[in-house]
Design a protein. Sequence first.
Length: 248
Amino acid sequence: MAVGHSEKIFVLPGDRIDPSLIPSHPKRSLRLGPGLRHIPPNDLVPTVAGQLVTDPRKNSIWVEYNGGRYIPAVGDLVIGTVHHSAADYFYVMLSGYTSNAILPQLAFEMATKKTRPNLSPGALVYARVSLANRHMDPELECVSPSTGKADGLGPLNGGMLFDISLGMSRRLLMRKSVEEGKVAVLEELGSAGLSFETAVGRNGKIWVNSEKIKTVLAVGRAVKETDENNLTIDQQKKLVRKLVKELS
C-alpha cells in the first residue's frame, strides 16, 4: 500500500508518480524496486503496469506485477539450480531465460578449499544476489558478508521446488506476509498441524520440504492455487480446510 493512502494505487508505464506517494526517510536513501526507472533529477516512471507499493521502513518503492521476467537485484533472495561448476565457481540457473549466475565456491559459511560444498548439477541452493548489473552476469553468495554466517542460506536438500509468480514471491517475502501481502495460506497450514519448511526465492520459486511427501504436495498446491486464483484470506482458509481434510 502506498504511504498515507488506504486504497490500492495502480500505475501504467509512463505514468507520473505523485511525489506524495514516494516514501521519505531521514537516514536511508530511497531504494527502487522492480518496475520503476529514475529519470533525473527527481522523477520516477513506471516501466510496467501494476500496483504501486511502498515500504516506509526500508524507504523503498516498487511496482507489484505478475508478468514479465525476473531481473536480479542486489539483496534479492533467490533459489537457483546448479548448472555446472568450474575451478572456483558454481554456475547457477535462476530462470529459463537469464544467463547463469556465478556463485563462488567459497561463498558459504566456514568454506575453505578443503571444506567447500560439492554441489552436483541439478542441486538447489538458497542464495542472496550480491552483484547485479546489466553488463555482467549476476553473482550470488550463501553467507552474510557482515556476520560470516549462513543465516539460512546454502544448499537445499530434499523437498520439492514449485514455480510461482514474481508477485507471489514478493508477497511471501514481506515481513508481514499476512497483513501486507495478504498471504495466510502457509500460516494456516502450520496452524492446522502440518509440519514443513519452506524457502522463497524472489525469482518465482518456492521450495517445500517435509518428512511426508503428501504434506509437501499439499503445501505446494495450496500456494500455487492461492497465486493462480488470487484467493482472498477467507478463500485461503477454506482451501486449507479442504486440503487438511483430504490428508486426514
